[in-house]
Design a protein around this ligand. Structure first.
Ligand SMILES: Cc1ncc(COP(=O)(O)O)c(C=O)c1O
Length: 385
C-alpha cells in the first residue's frame, strides 16, 4: 500500500481505456503549419480562428505596453490600482459588446469557475445547458447551490425547469448559463429565445461567447452584441489571438463583481503585454469581415464533403466541425491516420464528450488555404475507403 496507489491506478485505467492524455512539444511554423517533434504538420485544432496570434500589430502593441508599464502588473487591481491601459481596454470591450461596461478577468476558465459562485447563494438554482464547457460545470459545483442541466439547445425543457422553479418558493434566484457557440459541437444557441425566457422568469442570463468572439455576429462582435444578456463572457485566447477574458455587463453588475468575484479580487492582474495585444486585436477584429466570410466558406466546404462521405458532423454550423465517429478506438485510429498524413487534429473522448460520442474536432482558421482543406478532405476520404 503506497500513498501513490491512486495515481498509478488512475493513470493505468486511462492508459488501458486508450484515454491517456499526454503533451507533445510543438513549434509554430508559417500560417497554420506547425512542427511536431521535428515534423511539419498542418494544424486543424487551434482556436486561432482569425490567425491573430501571429499578427504584427498584436506583437507591436504588446511590446509597447510592456515598455510603458513593465512586464508584470505586480498585484491584484484592488491592491495597487488599475493601469490606465486596462481602463481603456475595458471601455473598448464594452463598446465591442454593446454593453454598458466590462471587466477583464485572467482567463475564460477562471471567469466561469469564479463567476457562478459569485452570483449564487445556497438557494440559487443554476440552469445549465447539458453540453456546457467544463469550466461552467466546475463553476456550478463550486457555487454549492442547486444545479439542473437542460437538454442541449432545448428551450422547451428549459421552460419546464423554469416553471418548476417558479413554483418553488425557497429558490432565491435563477441563473441560466449557456455557450453561444458550443466548443465540442460547433452549433449555436438561440440567444433571443433565451433572452425572452430569462425575462419572463426573472432569471439572470449568462452567455459564454468563447468561440463566437471575433468570428460571428456583426463585425465579429459575437452573438450577444447589443442584446439584453445580463452577463456576456468571452475569452481573448481564441479568435482574438491573445489571452485573458472579459465579462460585459451593466455598471451595477460590474461593481458587484469587483466586490464579490474572488477570481477577480484575489489574483494578480493580467500583464500589460497581454493587455496590449488584446487592445490591438479589438481594433483589428471589426475590420476582418473578408477573413470571417472566407473562414466560414471553408468550413462549409469541409462540412459538405464530410456529409458526402456519410460522416456525421452533428449540428455544427460554424468554424468548429466535429467528425463524430462514436467508437473510441476507431476515433483514435482516424486520429493516427490523420497524423500519419501530416494533419494535427485532436481526438476528443470521454470524459470531455459523452461515452460513445468520440470525435475528431476540426477547427478552421482564416489562415488555412483552400488547398489545405482539399488535402484534408482527400486524406479523410482515403481513410473511409
Ligand atoms: C466555452 C468555453 N468557455 C471557456 C473556455 C476557457 O477559456 P480560456 O481558454 O480563456 O481559459 C473555453 C476553452 O476551451 C471554452 O471552450
Amino acid at each position: 500500500m503506497s500513498k501513490y496507489d491512486f495515481i498509478h491506478k488512475s493513470l493505468n485505467d486511462r492508459h488501458n481505456g486508450q484515454l491517456l492524455r499526454t503533451l507533445r512539444t510543438i513549434k509554430p511554423g508559417q500560417g497554420m503549419e506547425i512542427e511536431v517533434n521535428g515534423r511539419r504538420m498542418l494544424n486543424f485544432c487551434s482556436n486561432d480562428y482569425l490567425g491573430l496570434s501571429k499578427h504584427p500589430l498584436l506583437h507591436q502593441r504588446a511590446v509597447e505596453f510592456m515598455d510603458l508599464y513593465g512586464s508584470g502588473s505586480t498585484a491584484s487591481r484592488l491592491v495597487c490600482g488599475t493601469y490606465e491601459c486596462m481602463d481603456q481596454l475595458e471601455k473598448k470591450i464594452a463598446a465591442f459588446k454593446g454593453s454598458e461596461t466590462a471587466l477583464i478577468l485572467n482567463s475564460g476558465y477562471q471567469t466561469n469557475v469564479t463567476l457562478l459562485p459569485a452570483l449564487a447563494d445556497r438557494e440559487t438554482l443554476i440552469l445549465s445547458d447539458e453540453l456546457n464547457h467544463n469550466s461552467i460545470i466546475q463553476g456550478s459545483l463550486l457555487a454549492r447551490c442547486h444545479v439542473q442541466r437542460f437538454r442541449h439547445n432545448n428551450p422547451d425543457h428549459l421552460r419546464e425547469l423554469l416553471g418548476n422553479a417558479a413554483d418553488n418558493k425557497t429558490t432565491s434566484r435563477i441563473l441560466i448559463i449557456t455557450e453561444s457557440v458550443f466548443s465540442m459541437d460547433g452549433d449555436q444557441s438561440d440567444i433571443d429565445t433565451l433572452i425572452n425566457l430569462a425575462d419572463e422568469f426573472q432569471a439572470l442570463l449568462i452567455v459564454d461567447e468563447a468561440h463566437a468572439t471575433g468570428v460571428l455576429g456583426p463585425n465579429g462582435k459575437g452573438l450577444t452584441f447589443q442584446k439584453e444578456v445580463d452577463l456576456k463572457m468571452g475569452t481573448f485566447g481564441k479568435g482574438a489571438g491573445s489571452f485573458g477574458a472579459y465579462i460585459a455587463c451593466s455598471k451595477e453588475i460590474r461593481d458587484y463583481l469587483i466586490n464579490f468575484c474572488y477570481g477577480f479580487i484575489y489574483t494578480t492582474a493580467l500583464p500589460p503585454s497581454i493587455i496590449g495585444s488584446v487592445d490591438a486585436s479589438l481594433e483589428l477584429i471589426p475590420e476582418m469581415d473578408r477573413q470571417r466570410q472566407e473562414l466560414l466558406e471553408k468550413a462549409d466546404l469541409f462540412r459538405d464533403a464530410m456529409h458526402k462521405l456519410g460522416l456525421n458532423t452533428g449540428a455544427s454550423t460554424t468554424q468548429i466541425i466535429p467528425v463524430i465517429i462514436g467508437d473510441e478506438r476507431e476515433t483514435v485510429a482516424l486520429s493516427a491516420w490523420l497524423e500519419k498524413n501530416g494533419i494535427l487534429a485532436t481526438a476528443f473522448r470521454t470524459p470531455t464528450v459523452e461515452p460513445g460520442e468520440a470525435r475528431i474536432r476540426f477547427s478552421f482558421s482564416s489562415l488555412h488555404k483552400l488547398e489545405h482543406i482539399e488535402d484534408l478532405i482527400d486524406i479523410i476520404s482515403r481513410w473511409c475507403r
